[in-house]
Write a protein that binds this ligand. Structure first.
Ligand code: ADP
Ligand code: MG
Length: 240
């Protein structure tokens, strides 16, 4: 579903991603961890071309992401993204936040979009909040709306960039539970998170990044029991 082959990216003279090779199969959950500034967000943002790679090959769902012929809007319709800071439209109701993209960019009728939105709001456990505004919701509820909004486009891939980092501790679990359910249903997911419990329990693979490189890639059981790389070991000793 996703394949990085020798991908490099620079921000001006800064070499942010170095020789990235990574494959994610359909239905796999890959958790990306690593210190702040190691390139995790950049890696994830390349997948839907929020960032362009400088060289190497990146193929997502069979299309070359950086090919000038690639229909970037079509690519993005297949990829949902959830950010640290929810990014909901504050002046729109929860329902409107979710129906906006399907009606405006995917040609879905208002009635169908509303029905789909309600299905996903139920799925994330907040169908009672359809007519509320984001500011009336807790952080955890807002993030669940953001997940429902991503799902409403019926994507093949969901990207999560530190989805619980801005949340109060008591609402983190409700968001992780929704993500766990999604993973169990076979969604292809790339998740940047500092929640090691989630990585251990839900990830098919853990990718550890440091200074723009993938330093280690392993199944969680072996990664958490016995990381091979010294930098990974040091990181784990600080976060666990
Ligand atoms: P992480 O998500 O692991 O914290 P990022 O991918 O956000 O790392 O950033 C990796 C590095 O690239 C950091 O040193 C950051 O300052 C730098 N960086 C991120 N975005 C930009 C940008 N738009 N322009 C220049 N440098 C950037
Ligand atoms: Mg980041």
């Amino acid at each position: 579903m996703i394949r990085f082959h020798q991908v490099n990216k620079h921000y001006g003279s800064f070499h942010v991603l170095k020789d990235i090779n990574l494959s994610v199969k359909s239905g796999e959950v890959v958790v990306v961890i690593g210190p702040s500034g190691s390139g995790k967000s950049t890696l994830v943002r390349c997948i839907n071309r929020l960032e362009a790679v400088t060289d190497g090959e990146l193929i997502v769902d069979g299309v070359r992401v950086n090919d000038s012929k690639t229909d970037i809007n079509k690519l993005r319709r297949n990829i949902g993204m959830v950010f640290q800071h929810f990014n909901l439209y504050p002046h729109m109701t929860v329902l409107k936040n979710i129906t906006l993209a399907p009606t405006k960019t995917a040609g879905v009728s208002e009635a169908e979009a509303r029905e789909t939105a309600m299905t996903y709001l139920e799925k994330v456990g907040i169908s009672g909040k359809a007519d509320a505004y984001p500011s009336q919701l807790s952080g955890g509820q807002q993030q669940r709306v953001a997940i429902a909004r991503g799902l409403a486009m019926k994507p093949k891939i969901m990207l999560f960039d530190e989805p619980t980092s801005a949340l109060d501790p008591e609402t983190i679990g409700e968001v992780l539970d929704v993500m766990k359910t999604l993973a169990g249903e076979g969604m292809t997911m790339v998740v940047v998170t500092h929640e090691m419990g989630f990585a251990r329990e839900v990830a098919d693979r853990v990718v550890f990044m440091d200074q723009g490189r993938i330093v280690e890639e392993a199944v969680p059981a072996s990664f958490f029991a016995e990381p091979k790389e010294e930098r990974a070991r040091l990181f784990l000793s600080r976060v666990l």
